[in-house]
Design a protein around this ligand. Structure first.
Ligand code: PEP
Ligand code: MN
Length: 449
């Protein structure tokens, strides 16, 4: 089949190889779940998706900055009001710091309200000689290491939809209802600065932000102004389970275009971005902004083919490349990619994922990442873009608003031995609230003009 857009349908991906799909034991049950999903209301609307695309178009030219972050893998049991509130809170705090320092709008996109399916490097997991199917996210199976828990259950896709819907409902309430007002977010930042051992070094910037807010108040800009009192958080997840994504794909009545209404932005993972694979086929036909993860073994010709297939019109805001090269390799593998894409004139949002190629196993056996490694990949990302004359357009982080101990380092210098004390993730290690804010302040230092 050719990649002629006219050949695309929301199920044309079925003619291609789809990697990382669950081994569902009961096909009839899958069909029932998918049929049920396809008549449920969309989670997001085409108009919102279009406005995200417009904002991302600005990140191509450096007139906006993308902040994307959240859990590696959301868990049904963790979909609670405090957890949603804390993740939102830290994202908003980071956004205020970055907006002030960069002098441009920050586009906030959560890995939230749908990040329930995970690709795995191996189909099975072996512990103490027992081999079971890998855990593939709460939308597929359960993480406990028992035979029963690891059987994929299609009903979990419906639960995933419901969990995403209730998460989004609360996010919409919080962002519209004054919870995220500029004054409140800045008060939280002040609290962080006084409480963090590194606080002093962030004090000056925090004070300047407070002064800017006081100035606005003094000249009579009312705190009821929507720009001050309201905010917007877009949603995103890896478009992995193609049956689920297809079921939520709907035709917009205004434009007649197809949108995957499971989230505003979808991304294709490092393991499923084959040019001739089912994931690329599916996503080329929906009009959402798309992310593509690129690891250090990318092939330049393949990357070019990906752009041509996913963004044939070279529309700004359509395509974000999320590079995840690792702090050791980024310096070597980022420049040739930037040069080639620049030479082709491709309009791309360049975002840095400093998490996925900096993972290692600590002596304690925990999968972890070190704060300094994360920071050094981010620093190198910015510096490389600046020296190549391209635009560092955003960051992509695995993070939580909770006080977890999953990544080492940071102001409280979490050491290997402490990882066990609050290691909560069921997949990859996340920055905790304090570490996330520190990342924001460090980036702020780098980009202050
Ligand atoms: C992820 O974002 O959790 C992930 C699996 O990333 P990647 O596809 O880059 O490995
Ligand atoms: Mn991850």
């Amino acid at each position: 089949m050719s990649s002629d857009p006219t050949n695309w349908t929301k199920s044309s991906w079925k003619n291609y190889t789809a990697l990382q799909q669950p081994n569902w034991p009961d096909q009839a049950a899958v069909e029932k779940a998918i049929n049920d999903l396809s008549v449920l209301p969309p989670l997001v609307f085409a108009g919102e998706i279009r406005s995200l695309k417009q904002l991302l178009a600005k990140a191509v030219t450096g007139d906006a900055f993308l902040l994307q972050g959240g859990d590696c893998s959301e868990n049904f049991s963790q979909v609670t009001a405090p957890n949603i509130r804390e993740t939102l809170k830290v994202l908003l705090q980071m956004a205020v710091v970055l907006t002030y320092a960069g002098g441009k709008p920050v586009v906030k996109v959560g890995r939230i309200a749908g990040q329930f399916a995970k690709p795995r490097s191996s189909d099975t997991e072996t512990i103490d000689g027992v081999e079971l199917p890998s855990y593939r996210g709460d939308m597929v199976n359960r993480s406990e290491f028992t035979e029963d828990a690891r059987i994929p259950n299609p009903k979990y896709m419906l639960r995933g939809y419901n969990m995403a819907a209730s998460t989004l409902n609360l996010l919409r309430a919080f962002t519209r209802g004054g919870f995220g007002s500029l004054q409140r977010v800045q008060a939280w930042n002040q609290e962080f600065v006084t409480q963090s051992p590194m606080g002093r070094s962030y004090d000056r910037l925090a004070k300047q932000i407070s002064q800017a807010i006081r100035f606005m108040e003094t000249i009579g800009i009312s705190s009821d102004t929507p720009q001050i009192n309201q905010t917007q958080l877009f949603t995103s997840h890896e478009a992995l389970l193609l049956q689920y994504e297809e079921a939520l794909t709907r035709q917009d009545h205004i434009t007649d275009n197809w949108y995957d209404c499971s989230a505003h932005m979808l991304w294709i993972g490092e393991r499923t971005r084959q040019v001739d694979g089912a994931h690329v086929e599916f996503l080329r036909g929906v009009h959402n902004p798309l992310g593509v993860k690129l690891g250090p073994t990318y092939d330049l010709d393949e990357v070019k083919k990906l752009v041509e297939k996913l963004n044939p019109q070279n529309e700004a805001g359509r395509l974000t490349f999320i590079t995840r090269f690792g702090m050791k390799k980024v310096e070597k593998v980022l420049p040739p990619l930037l040069r080639e894409m620049k030479k082709e004139g491709f309009k791309i949002v360049w975002s840095c994922d400093p998490m996925h190629a900096n993972t290692y196993t600590a002596k304690s056996g925990h999968k972890t990442r070190n704060f300094n490694d994360i920071l050094s990949e981010i620093t190198c990302f910015f510096e490389t873009h600046w020296s190549e004359g391209t635009v560092p357009g955003g960051v992509h982080l695995e993070m939580t608003g909770n006080d977890v101990t999953e990544c080492t380092g940071g102001a409280h210098n979490i050491v290997d031995e402490e990882l066990a004390s609050n290691y909560m993730t069921s997949c990859d290690p996340r920055l905790n609230a304090e570490q996330s804010l520190e990342v924001a302040f460090q980036i702020a230092d780098m980009i202050r003009s």
